[in-house]
Design a protein around this ligand. Structure first.
Ligand code: SAH
Ligand code: SF4
Ligand code: F3S
Length: 439
């Protein structure tokens, strides 16, 4: 046997939390002697970190597994693992449908990955989708330096909201917040390794209620404490629920300069009837008043949201109410999805909207959102904005970073800008990015 390191290929689907989890899994396997590879053909192990949110995402996992068959035939010792939310939701079913899969690890059990891989070497096909009591992150090795100036940090997981369309409460389990001290320690180590921007992650991140000094802390207090870390320049958080936008968090947007002026606050629909059917527990009016309060604290904040087109029972008037809400708020970015019925969710029991109608509504949402996004980008021209540079661009001498408002910005510079936080004057706006010059 050679001593060459074994190679691990990870494919990540879905949300930022999966991106964070994939990094942590790579680190866990690193201690077992695995290094990452982009090429599944040279891998000794392939992990698919999956997403269950919409049917298309979940079914893609099975077609991607099918595509791995020739690799497994060419190299029978190749290990194939399924992690993430499809693993959590379907567990044993994946083993039945896909004999080439060696292990299935649910979203809360990544710390068990090394022992599960060891079990596969004994010819077992382990499945672990239990929700354990211990914090998986505390069982994982310390995070190495990545050379990137930005990092994700999961502070909260799971969801107790049970929106009628959504699988997350089932795939990620009940809401759990990590203790303040552990988050501060992880953030401190990231900053010591060169990280300047941390995005706090949670399915309901603004519902964070972690154990801290003197009792339970909310996200606003956590943000203010993180802001005291010297060398940490930027803080973001995602994703939030409108009903958990506490006063002190709104205040932090006005008072804490390190908290970036960007907020993703999904509302899903602008029609009260649909919001009720979705089990969102707020009205469109309540959302608009909330936006007013957030803008009063931080007038330049860029707001973003998620929308679902064709939720069961959605009428043409409901759809127009959603378009009207989007226009009224003037989102600088947003995502829209065609409703996808998910097994086990209450909405999946209801009669759906005609698929062609849902498609047309989705296109109308997307057209409006794109127009608003372009307007918001164009309004940046002539302004000066902070940009954290993350990597070289495609053209020689070009560097790409993110503005305070999370817009992609290109700048040409002879001195390398990677990792630099600089003021940039925006000179042009394209459909998906801005261009500027260093001030
Ligand atoms: N925790 C976040 C987001 C969860 S999933 C929140 O509370 O908003 C991300 C987005 O996917 C959701 O905001 C919603 O717009 C969309 N989504 C979730 N389930 C869906 C489904 N069954 N069909 C279509 N879109 C869905
Ligand atoms: Fe899903 Fe709703 Fe929870 Fe968001 S708040 S994760 S949409 S159930
Ligand atoms: Fe998908 Fe799971 Fe994230 S279902 S959106 S990967 S929490």
């Amino acid at each position: 046997m050679s001593d060459a390191p074994k190679k691990l290929h990870i494919k990540t689907y879905g949300c930022q939390m999966n991106v964070y989890d994939s990094e942590r899994m790579a680190e866990a396997m690193g201690t077992e002697g695995y290094v990452l590879t982009d090429d599944p053909a040279e891998a000794d192990m392939v992990l698919l970190n999956t997403c269950h949110i919409r049917e298309k995402a979940a079914e893609k996992v099975y077609s991607d597994l099918g595509r791995l068959r020739p690799f497994k035939e060419a190299k029978p010792e190749l290990k194939i693992g399924v992690a993430g939310c499809v693993a959590q939701a379907e567990g044993e079913e994946i083993m039945r449908r896909m004999p080439l899969v060696d292990l299935v690890v649910g979203s809360q059990n990544y710390h068990r990955l090394p022992e599960m891989v060891a079990a596969t070497a004994r010819g077992e096909r382990p499945v672990d989708t239990e929700f354990p009591v211990e914090d998986k992150f505390e069982k994982l090795p310390e995070r190495p330096a990545t050379g990137r100036p930005t990092a994700f940090l999961t502070v909260q997981e799971g969801c107790d909201k049970f929106c009628a369309f959504c699988v997350v409460p089932y795939t990620r389990g009940a809401e759990v917040s990590r203790p303040v001290a552990r988050i501060l320690a992880e953030a401190g180590k990231l900053v010591a390794k060169g990280v300047k921007e941390i995005t706090l992650l949670g399915q309901n991140v603004n519902g964070y209620h972690g154990e801290g000094d003197g009792g339970v802390w909310g996200l606003g207090r956590l943000v203010r404490e993180l802001a005291r870390i010297e060398g940490l320049e930027r803080i973001r958080y995602t994703t939030s629920h409108p009903n958990d936008m506490a006063d002190d968090l709104i205040e932090a947007h006005g008072a804490e300069p390190k908290l970036m002026p960007y907020l993703h606050l999904p509302v899903q629909s602008g029609a009260d009837r649909i919001l009720k059917l979705m089990n969102r527990h707020h009205t469109a009016e309540a959302y608009l008043r909330l936006i007013e309060r957030i803008r009063a604290a931080r007038p330049d904040i860029l707001l973003s949201s998620d929308f679902i087109a064709g939720f069961p029972g959605e009428t043409e008037q409901d759809h127009r109410d959603t378009l009207a809400l989007i226009e009224e708020v003037g989102f600088g970015a947003a995502f829209s999805f065609k409703y996808s019925p998910r097994p086990g969710t209450p909405a999946a029991e209801r009669a759906g909207v005609d698929p062609e109608v849902a498609d047309r509504r989705l296109h109308e949402l997307q057209a409006l959102i794109t127009r608003l996004q372009h307007e918001s980008q164009a309004a940046m021209v002539g302004r000066e904005v902070g940009v954290l540079f993350e990597k070289p661009g495609r053209l020689p001498g070009q560097w790409v970073g993110k503005s305070d408002y999370l817009q992609a910005v290109h700048v040409t510079s002879e001195t390398p800008l990677q990792g630099a936080l600089a003021k940039v004057r925006i000179t042009a706006s394209g459909p998906n990015s801005l261009a500027g010059v260093l001030v």
